[in-house]
Design a protein around this ligand. Structure first.
Ligand code: TEU
Length: 552
């Protein structure tokens, strides 16, 4: 952590505040809950925590609809609670990264309320993307863009005089109007927000939909998909709402601001776009430090796809002297322990799984997840973990429709279940009410029955638990400094069902086949599953993932 560029090899743990720990008993996680459990995260020997939004918000998109960027939502606590959390993190040697949501705000944000109250063409309207509609009476949306969450990306307003009026753009829910980044005042506002949190001690920002802020001049029609989940085809980089050249000026300016606070403050782009070589568009010596590697997340356990993604990522990022990051789960996708619980593709890739879908095999999913995580943690670069993956948690599947909260569910009339399944509150203590998430009201989403047995205290007490395996993986990664290492494929063990590389003198192998593999001589450092008898074997889990690191 003391080396320059701590982030180059960092393990960053994503905390989703709503679902982490509920200390005040309202059924929703809070900052005080995070502070209380930070020592448990420090035990994992991570470098930093990335906090999903906790800002003032009507919570229409679980906080990604911000109504005040410089305050804490009362649901989660106060700015004092934030400062207390920062102090505890600092005491424990953990860095804090916060989520910045610059593409859009909440429709309850004062700037948007002012825009609604002001006339067309006013400076207030110019903070957002308002246009007249098409058709004789302006009754058609200004263009054909679709919202990521389903339905049109435009909503018509009623003018202050009561007449049907202009339309505003929202790439996400209608409660999330897009800012107009052609307006200097928007830049000023976000530069102020950056400084506000940097002044409070954060180590950087995860930048939400970093590829979308600037739209192509004239907002041209676009036939491709701007909607939908990224798993069955990323939004193309040629889309007029993504990857516009002017974005780079914004991030260069932000990088300059961060540099004023020291060389250790970072920006990480959430830019879910293809093709893969364009990953490097987001990472430059004078722009963002990191970008999430979504192609890696979407490669699943397909060893050919994985190898392709890893090689292409390292090549693309080498060219800009940046390391890659690796990620398997986050708050927008089905958890990998659930995705991997199917012999083929999960039935709804990238979207929630419900009771009427084929059900995953939890044990199989968890054992493959352990293998996949160990393989990922052996890769050079940074790693992002999602809260609960260290426990091998599955998605919540049995969520009654009436309790689903992701706007995707309502906007698609239930055709897409949305992302609630991966957002179910964490189990801390198996013997307690709500598995120790909180001792008051029911958690905002119901916890699966298996959560009590997977609770952190239960797993901490069991040497062979997923949690203890995770700890050993993280220890090994740090002890061997694998994050700062380099990768060379170990061709002898790269087959149709296995993938192996050397990181320094450490061999990392993923075996997704049912047959054991002949290992070269060496000392076994760690396996994700116990083979029967001597030697290395995938054991009794036919087609299960298995993996080990073996050092010389
Ligand atoms: O997600 C951005 C995004 O592109 C998502 O549509 C993502 O690709 C999809 O959910 C994967 O299935 C970010 C946040 O991570 C998400 O939680 C927010 O809802 C969204 O931005 C709007 O702020």
């Amino acid at each position: 952590d003391q080396l320059p560029g701590w982030w180059r090899s960092a393990v960053i743990y994503q905390v989703y505040p709503r679902s982490f720990r509920d200390l005040d008993g309202d059924g929703i996680g809070d900052l005080a809950g995070i502070t209380a459990e930070l020592p448990r995260l420090a035990e994992l020997d991570i470098d930093a925590v990335w906090l999903s939004p906790f800002y003032r918000s009507p919570q229409r998109d679980a906080g990604y609809d911000v109504s005040d960027y410089c305050d804490v939502d009362p649901l989660f606590g106060t700015l004092d609670d934030f400062d207390a959390m920062m102090a505890e993190a600092t005491r424990l040697g953990l860095r804090m990264i916060v989520d910045l949501v610059p593409n859009h705000c909440s429709d309850q944000h004062p700037a948007f309320q002012a825009a609604l109250a002001a006339p067309a063409g006013s400076p207030e309207r110019d903070m957002f993307i308002f246009r007249d509609g098409r058709g004789t009476f302006g009754e058609e949306p200004p263009n054909n863009w679709q919202s990521h969450f389903g339905g049109p990306a435009w909503t018509r307003i009623t003018e202050p005089d009561g007449a049907p009026g202009q339309w505003y753009l929202h790439l996400f829910d209608s409660s999330q109007p897009d800012f107009n980044w052609d307006n200097r005042a928007v830049h000023d506002e976000f530069e102020r927000v950056l400084r506000f949190w940097l002044d409070r001690g954060v180590s950087g920002f995860r930048v939400d939909v970093a590829h979308a802020l600037v739209k192509a001049p004239g907002l041209p029609e676009w036939g491709g998909r701007a909607d939908g989940n990224s798993c069955d085809g990323f939004p193309g980089h040629d889309a007029p709402m993504f990857g516009q050249p002017a974005l780079h000026d914004i991030y260069r300016q932000w990088r300059r601001i961060l540099a004023e606070y020291g060389p250790d403050r970072i920006l990480c782009a959430e830019a879910n776009v293809d093709p893969l070589p364009r990953l490097a568009d987001w990472v430059r010596p004078d722009e963002m430090h990191q970008a999430f590697n979504f192609p890696y997340l979407h490669a699943g356990l397909d060893v050919h796809r994985m190898r392709h993604v890893i090689t292409e990522s390292l090549t693309a990022l080498d060219a800009v002297a940046a390391p890659s990051t690796w990620v398997l789960s986050n708050h927008d996708v089905v958890r990998h322990a659930t995705r991997f619980g199917y012999s083929g593709q999960a039935p709804r890739d990238g979207d929630g799984i419900g009771t009427s879908d084929p059900q995953p095999d939890e044990e199989l999913g968890r054992s493959r997840a352990a293998a996949a995580s160990m393989f990922m943690l052996g890769l050079p670069g940074g790693a992002y973990l999602y809260q609960g993956e260290e426990l091998g948690l599955p998605d919540g599947i049995d969520i009654p429709d009436a309790r689903r909260q992701d706007p995707t569910f309502a906007r698609t009339g239930g055709a897409r279940l949305g992302r609630d399944g991966c957002r179910v509150p964490l189990p801390w203590r198996g013997g307690e009410l709500h598995a120790g998430f909180g001792d008051g009201q029911d958690p905002w989403l119901p916890q699966p029955e298996s959560f009590a047995g997977l609770a952190r205290d239960v797993q901490a007490a069991s040497p062979s638990s997923h949690l203890n395996l995770y700890k050993r993986m993280l220890d090994l990664r740090r002890g061997l400094d694998m994050g700062r290492g380099s990768l060379s494929w170990y061709e002898d063990l790269c087959t149709n069902t296995s993938l192996a590389f050397l990181n320094g003198t450490t061999l990392v192998l993923l075996n997704t086949g049912s047959e054991p593999l002949e290992m070269p001589a060496g000392r076994v450092l760690l396996r994700s599953s116990t083979p029967p008898g001597a030697g290395y074997a995938a054991g009794d889990m036919s087609s299960a993932g298995d993996q080990l690191s073996s050092g010389e």
